[in-house]
Design a protein around this ligand. Structure first.
Ligand code: GDP
Length: 470
């Protein structure tokens, strides 16, 4: 038997639910041998080993006793030009959950095959050098993409755009380090005169490139994961109604975080291509059935966490001190949109949008109606206002690649810190051998992004976040 970690692996690669087809992927040195034990062609003959690379054929999948479990299409892909870099066999079964379970069961009971761990196919692709870590991360981003932007960004990263960027930066750093080392070893042939100024130029180019990436990263994150949004306002203003409206627009993505209380339910709603990650929706809901309404202290705490505050006001009620205080406080360091709700109602003291805009010049005011016939009124304006605030008007495909991953951001940050340290050493007139230490620090930090300098357990951890069969 082969060593456990290189043993052939198998898993259901499609969703485990009733569907037209379901795919089981087998990868490893013995993928073809293992599959051959259970595949019969339409004449009932075992002939998988004679199938050429990149072929797909009809046949049957049988258990150990030769009992037919399913009619299948089987494809054979041979190393090294496969997803994992190993031999890969994919079995297209009928998509019933039981069929898939039975077929998989037969495979994983084979002494030469075991069940794949989550992400293990992609991990093997990485370990076999088919893709780097930034591309592996992109695979996960692609699968979990919730809007077109995230999809496009993931595809760019998957094609190797980030990897190329990182490789080019590392190349420059290595070149400088090698030059310094050579000059220190062989001063007769390499002259360090004026070198500090030359190095400063390279450094400032590298630093500004990394700065750009980091600056855009926050936008990338909110494009991909959603703008964390708090809905606050006085009781009865229409917060729950807004929440319900948002939930009804297109598809709401509701994620229950297992093992936690209702308070941490995270709900993401989509306004066109804009995602809003609503915070503390449990708090909003509880106002409907609890006597105690959302307290001011609590609204403040919720608002603290948010990137965007939607302040809902019942426009038939005059503003009181608390409204004004909360809005002015929040606007100091947050993006806030005031929703003048219940616009369908008339009344003497109706809050006037223009007057408020005059009173608070920075304030964005949207007039809304959340119930009744005109219940969609204002949602389009709200979407536009959010697009103005966060995406300079429209969520257009970005020109730059965005970093959407915390690990990548941290690695770029530490690379930048090391590069800035070199620049500082030059300014302080330090000797050249000081430069190389920090240059190599930056080199190593950048290596983490493409997976050149990562420990095995980190690799395991990264891939364990993947879904099964990927
Ligand atoms: P919350 O306490 O801020 O969550 O407010 P709710 O969403 O529960 O709304 C309070 C009341 O106002 C409910 O009876 C809603 O039906 C009503 N309401 C909410 N929005 C509107 C609106 O735009 N127009 C009218 N006429 N009533 C509204």
């Amino acid at each position: 038997m082969i060593k456990n970690d290189t043993l052939t692996i198998a898993a259901v690669a499609s969703a485990m639910s009733d569907a037209g087809i379901g795919i089981i992927r087998i990868s490893g040195e013995r993928a073809i041998t293992v599959a051959d034990r259970y595949y019969r062609n339409k004449k009932g003959i075992r002939d998988l080993k004679s199938h050429g690379a990149n072929t797909i054929r009809f046949g049957r999948f049988c258990d150990e006793e030769g009992k037919v479990l399913d009619e299948i299409l089987i494809s054979v892909m041979k190393a090294p030009y496969t997803y994992t870099g190993e031999d890969v066999v994919e079995v297209n079964c009928h998509g019933g959950t039981l069929v898939l379970q039975e077929v998989l069961q037969v495979l994983v009971q084979d002494p030469d095959c075991r069940l794949a761990q989550p992400g293990e196919f992609t991990k093997r692709a990485f370990l076999n050098g088919r893709i780097d870590l930034s591309q592996a991360t992109a695979v996960m981003d692609l699968i979990s993409a919730k809007n077109r932007f995230a999809l496009e960004n993931a595809n760019r990263q998957l094609s190797g755009e980030l990897k190329e960027k990182v490789l080019a930066m590392r190349q420059k750093i290595l070149h400088e380090t090698a030059f310094i080392e050579a000059a220190l070893d062989d001063p007769d042939n390499y002259d360090l005169e004026g070198y500090g100024a030359r190095l400063q130029k390279t450094l400032s180019m590298l630093i500004s490139e990394v700065d750009d990436l980091l600056r855009h990263a926050k936008e990338g994150q909110i494009r991909k994961e959603g703008i964390s949004t708090a809905i606050i306002g006085r009781p009865n203003a229409g917060k729950s109604s807004l929440f319900n409206r948002l939930l009804q627009t297109e598809r709401a993505i509701v994620t229950d975080i297992a093992g936690t209380t209702r308070d941490t339910i995270e709900e993401t709603v989509r306004l066109g291509d804009i995602l809003l990650k609503l915070i503390d929706t449990a708090g909003i809901r509880s106002t409907q059935d609890e006597i105690e309404q959302l307290g001011v202290a609590r609204s403040k705490a919720v608002a603290e966490e948010a990137d965007l505050i939607l302040y809902v006001a019942d426009r038939t009620q005059e503003f009181d001190e608390t409204d004004i205080q909360t809005i002015t406080d929040a606007m100091k360091n947050k993006k806030l949109i005031l929703l003048l709700n219940k616009s369908d109602l008339s009344g003497e003291n109706r809050l006037d949008a223009e007057a408020l805009r005059a009173q608070f010049p920075q304030l964005i005011v949207v007039e809304t109606t959340m119930t009744g016939e005109n219940a969609q009124d204002g949602l389009e304006d709200l979407k536009q206002a959010i697009a103005e605030l966060f995406f300079s008007g429209a969520l257009t495909p970005p020109e730059e690649l965005f970093l959407t991953n915390t690990r990548q951001r941290e690695a770029f940050s530490s690379a930048n810190a090391a590069l800035k340290q070199v620049a500082e050493s030059i300014e302080n007139g330090m000797s050249e051998d000081f430069f190389t230490v920090d240059l190599m620090g930056a080199y190593a930090a950048l290596g983490e992004i493409i997976g050149e300098e990562v420990e095995d357990d980190l690799v395991d951890k990264i891939f364990s976040d993947f879904c099964m069969g990927k």
